[in-house]
Design a protein around this ligand. Sequence first.
Ligand SMILES: CC(C)(COP(=O)(O)OP(=O)(O)OC[C@H]1O[C@@H](n2cnc3c(N)ncnc32)[C@H](O)[C@@H]1OP(=O)(O)O)[C@@H](O)C(=O)NCCC(=O)NCCS
Length: 164
Amino acid sequence: MEGLMNTSTSKTPGALSFAVRELQSSDADSVLAIQAQSPEASQWQKKDYESLAGNGSRGWVAQADGRIAGFLVARLIADEVEILNLAVDPGMRRQGVAEKLLNEAIAWAGQNGAARAYLEVRQRNLGAVEFYKAHGFHRIGMRPNYYFNPPDDATLLAAPVSRR
Ligand SMILES: CC(C)(COP(=O)(O)OP(=O)(O)OC[C@H]1O[C@@H](n2cnc3c(N)ncnc32)[C@H](O)[C@@H]1OP(=O)(O)O)[C@@H](O)C(=O)NCCC(=O)NCCS
């Protein structure tokens, strides 16, 4: 249970108190509920969250007052980590949940040899683009008509990862 041992807690005074730990398959229903309220996130199926380790991915959840506040899934390939999915409960946004999840994923990636993080995000998803830019990501390109339902271009963002 390496992920549980790696639990870390938000310590900002007055802020939402939450802990980040590895996503377990038993979290899948809670994660799906947040995903359903986050149309900008990738809409995965339950089995996708239940089989992360099997496809080389790893997930984290932020837990506040016994409920899941947000989740992030990443995949490490060679020296790059791809942020595959990220969403926070709409009622718990702008309280540092995504930041804590991203920091956890980047730390794990750095410890496991990643030199760069990258992701694709809907061009119209300005909130997420701002979030990533606030955390060191910069635009490296775009993929036209990458998304459908609704159609959108993808913005490619990347950030350096320091190895530890
Ligand atoms: C994007 C998302 C994950 C951010 O989660 P969050 O927990 O609210 O983010 P944080 O509180 O950690 O934000 C930290 C900083 O990121 C930036 N940021 C986050 N959301 C932002 C927004 N909507 N607009 C502008 N900046 C934003 C700000 O700099 C913020 O700091 P501040 O609140 O002091 O201004 C959340 O809005 C979400 O779940 N969106 C729907 C799903 C999605 O878009 N996923 C990304 C797909 S790649």
